[in-house]
Design a protein around this ligand. Structure first.
Ligand SMILES: *Cc1c(COP(=O)(O)O)cnc(C)c1O
Length: 372
């Protein structure tokens, strides 16, 4: 059967905003200016204001945003960075690309975010930072993490790549630590029409160092202060992002409606674990993730019913061949492995119609009852 409800429709946001996005495209094309410049600075100002921080520096993608934050803090060779064992591999890659060692900590099985209780035990004299992830669009326990970070003199860095517009006790993700990295990958809640990312922080010195690092280590063309990178956010993407940022809250609102509908309609299904939202979190529902012991069967049944799903993520980073050299083995992080083995993400997005969500509910309900 063909796909009736896609996991995510990436064309719909363009269709909704076609006139404005086309105008932004023409504006940049006709400006004759295609790297850095006014469009980028405007977006940086607007995005900093949206997050509620003083500074923003656009970069090429979310991985670079995190990597450059670590570099700018001088966290590299010999340093340890605490990361969730359960995250997208980019979180770990940022740490290893900076030359530091990722120290994985298990998540809580209710929120899937890093378990604060276990973080203390992972801190050593070499620990320099905690890299917290607001996984699936729901904030980590930032107050508790900040207390630990302060007590041990660590930087608290947010991987906010899935958390545009998510809040923690009413404050926006990205404004909760020392610095945060965002991704504007097309599928994220705020997505470009290509790759993009940003570093945000109140720390002017940090953001200034990132600005230098993203542009070949130079402030003045051909005068290089440090060995930098080429990691700039294109003015074209910045112009698109200015348009889409205006819609972010409305689009997150649409995601929240779908999430509320799923939470109500799918409760009490046999074998099914639904997302848990603590009272202090307002997620932006980047992903609506359920767990089921017969996940693969469930996914196949949904596929047969025309429902697109994805697995976030099928392989925990410690078991990825990319990190074979770290010497981890199955069983080292059993909660993260359990999530990787049972997780399934249902369709959710700003343009998913309630009727489509209804079809998802019917198919999931039928499949879960069949599987017992
Ligand atoms: C998407 C993502 C990233 C990386 O962003 P890119 O723009 O794809 O490089 C980092 N961390 C998390 C949790 C992500 O979901």
């Amino acid at each position: 059967m063909s796909v009736e409800v896609p996991f995510l429709n990436l064309l719909a946001p363009y269709q909704e905003l076609k006139a404005e996005l086309d105008a932004a495209f023409l504006r940049v094309m006709e400006s004759g200016w295609y790297i850095m410049g006014g469009e980028l600075e405007t977006f940086e100002r607007e995005f900093a204001a949206y997050v509620g921080v003083k500074h923003c520096c656009g970069v090429a993608n979310g991985l670079d945003a995190l990597h450059l934050i670590l570099r700018a803090y001088g966290i590299g060779e010999g340093a340890e960075v605490i990361v969730p064992a359960n995250t997208y591999i980019a979180t770990w890659l940022a740490v290893t690309h900076a030359g530091a060692k990722p120290v994985p900590v298990e998540p809580r099985l209710d929120t899937y975010n890093i378990d604060v209780e276990r973080v203390s035990a992972a801190i050593t004299p070499r620990t320099r930072a905690i890299l917290a992830v607001h996984l699936y669009g729901q904030s980590a326990q930032m107050e508790e993490l900040a207390t630990l970070a302060n007590r041990h003199g660590l930087k608290l860095i947010e991987d906010a790549a899935q958390a545009h517009g998510a809040t923690y006790r009413g404050r926006a993700a990205g404004s909760l630590g020392d610095a945060a990295g965002f991704s504007f990958y097309p599928g994220k809640n705020l997505g470009a029409l290509g790759d993009g990312g940003a570093v945000v922080s109140d720390d002017a010195e940090l953001v200034d160092r990132v600005r230098v690092l993203r542009n070949y280590g130079s402030r003045v063309k051909y005068h290089n202060e440090v060995m930098g990178f080429n990691s700039r956010l294109d003015p074209l993407q910045a112009a698109f992002l200015q348009v889409k940022l205006k819609r972010l809250d409305a689009w997150n609102g649409a995601r929240r409606k779908i999430a509320a509908f799923y939470l109500k309609q799918l409760r009490d299904l046999p074998g099914m674990t639904l997302p848990f939202v603590p009272e202090w979190a307002e997620p932006c529902w980047h992903i609506f993730l359920v767990r089921h012991s017969r996940r693969d069967a469930l996914q196949n049944m949904l596929k047969a019913a025309g429902i697109g799903t994805l697995i976030h993520y099928p392989v925990a980073p410690h078991l990825s061949p990319a990190y074979a050299h770290l010497g981890f083995k199955r069983g080292d992080f059993p909660l993260s492995e359990e999530i990787a083995d049972t997780a399934l993400s249902l369709p959710i997005g700003p343009h998913l119609k309630l009727a489509e969500a209804g079809r998802v509910v019917e198919a999931v309900t039928a499949a879960a009852r069949d599987l017992g």
